[in-house]
Design a protein around this ligand. Structure first.
Ligand code: EPU
Length: 419
């Protein structure tokens, strides 16, 4: 298993080009199953999760061809039966369910498991798909779905923690080929949901209210192939913005769409970071005086759970008390014990982490546990005195394209040790 060796204390300077958003690319690749025409997706990031998704599509019968960041997919003959072992490797693969039901009226897909950040149920996905007329049983680890008539319906898709991103996308992807009108209330508004909806519209789907909590989808008989480009990754942008600040550097994020990141930029601004819009991106650096801020994760446009761990690293470095409350996933503090190993003073009280900042960090061996926790450990290593070894970096390779190379191009001392 590969690990990163990071010698901290180097200021990051320069420009990076953001990769395409993982959480748009995954469901968008699945959406290509909705047509027998060829779809061409651009700006598709080279990530292990994306490669898994391409394997899954191939196992369903799609022809996949990748050249650089461009992926061509043609799904003429499809089977509704997903490969159990392939699909259960990645939670995001659940988003093949909606397209298979939409196109074939049938699907057999393995049940995604929980993961370290929480239980990750799919009850809302199933509720929405059942409301459209799909008969669904969960048996022997599989979701078996069959729809005789797929018909539009009014669906409320809110759960305990609010809307669901992939649940909204799944139901939307089935509804575009259902008969009649579907409304999804309490739809997720994340930029990735908007991106997938716009891709579907380009394919000929009729969707109104894109980006709002109420989607109105008028089913069509057929979708066509299109060429479309995935949006830049806002979570990668936030991660590199924070990397610039925690190393006291200055980085320009090329392609950053600031309106996707308002809550993060607002908190960074409140903390005293300098954020300057440029014609094709965003320049970020540490301000003269930094101060601690409190954060609560929320559905978009609130502060994203996927940036909570990285923001915690900034709070660790600023003198004062900061409270970080996680409201989306029940156990997304796996990074805390590893950050404590590096010298952070953090205690957990229910859904909140209390950070007493300002003590500085010193390098140590730490272990990555999930994607964003790993990103936080890399940021901490960049800011720490001495050497930090982050093991199990396969977690980070799932969602950050060549993070080590990009950081090195900004002046970081980070090496991948293959083992
Ligand atoms: N939930 C339910 N029932 C459901 C679905 C979700 O109760 O049927 C709950 C979840 O347990 C959670 C909340 O609703 O408490 C929100 O979960 P959501 O369904 O929105 O998460 P997701 O769609 O499975 C996507 C991203 C995650 C990101 C979340 C929240 C992808 C592939 N994953 O997951 O990304 O954290 O939305 O924004 O799009 C990551 O990139 O590191 C990552 C985990």
């Amino acid at each position: 298993m590969d690990k990163f060796e990071i010698v901290g204390g180097q200021q990051l300077h320069g420009r990076i080009r953001l990769s395409g958003a993982k959480n748009s690319a995954l469901p968008m690749l699945a959406a290509c199953l909705l047509t027998s025409d060829e779809c061409i997706l651009g700006n598709v990031p080279d990530l292990s999760d994306v490669n898994f998704m391409l394997e899954i599509l191939e196992s369903l019968g799609a022809k996949v061809n990748r050249e650089g960041d461009k992926v061509r997919i043609r799904s003429e003959e499809l089977t509704p039966f997903g490969d159990y072992n392939l699909i259960r490797k990645m939670r995001g693969s659940i988003c093949i369910l909606g397209p298979l039901i939409g196109r074939l009226r049938e699907a057999r897909v393995s049940m995604p498991g929980g993961c370290v950040i929480g239980t990750r149920p799919i009850d809302l996905h199933l509720k929405g798909l059942r409301a459209l007329g799909t008969r669904i049983d969960v048996e022997s680890g599989y979701v078996n779905a069959k729809a005789i008539n797929l018909r539009g319906k009014e669906i409320f898709l809110g759960g305990r923690s609010g809307p669901t991103v992939l649940g909204t996308i799944n139901v939307m992807m089935a509804a575009v080929l259902a008969e009649g009108m579907t409304t999804i209330d309490c739809a997720a508004c994340e930029p990735e949901v908007v991106d997938v909806a716009q891709f579907l519209v380009a394919m000929g789907a009729q969707i109104e209210g894109v980006g709002s909590p109420c989607l109105r989808i008028s089913g069509v008989k057929k979708l066509r192939g299109v060429e479309y480009s995935v949006i830049p990754d806002r979570i990668e942008a936030a991660t590199f913005a924070l990397a610039a600040v925690v190393t006291d550097g200055e980085v320009v994020l090329e392609g950053c769409q600031t309106h996707h990141l308002s809550a993060v930029l607002d908190k960074m601004n409140e903390a005293g970071c300098e954020i300057i819009r440029e014609p094709n991106g965003l320049m970020v650096r540490r301000g003269k005086v930094l101060q601690s801020v409190d954060i609560t994760t929320q559905p978009h446009p609130g502060f994203p759970t996927d940036v909570q761990a990285q923001m915690m690293v900034l709070m660790i470095l600023i003198p004062g008390l900061s409270i970080i409350t996680e409201r989306i996933f029940e156990s997304r503090f796996m990074h805390v014990n590893e950050l404590i190993r590096l010298g952070a003073d953090i205690s957990i009280e229910g859904p909140s982490a209390i950070v007493k900042g300002g003590k500085g960090l010193s390098g140590a061996p730490v272990m990555a546990s999930d994607l964003r926790a790993s990103a936080a450990l890399v940021l901490a290593g960049l800011a720490a005195r001495g050497t930090t070894e982050v093991s199990r970096v396969y977690h980070i390779d799932r969602g950050y394209e060549k993070i080590d190379e990009k950081l090195r191009s900004l002046g970081a001392r980070i090496e991948r040790v293959t083992g």
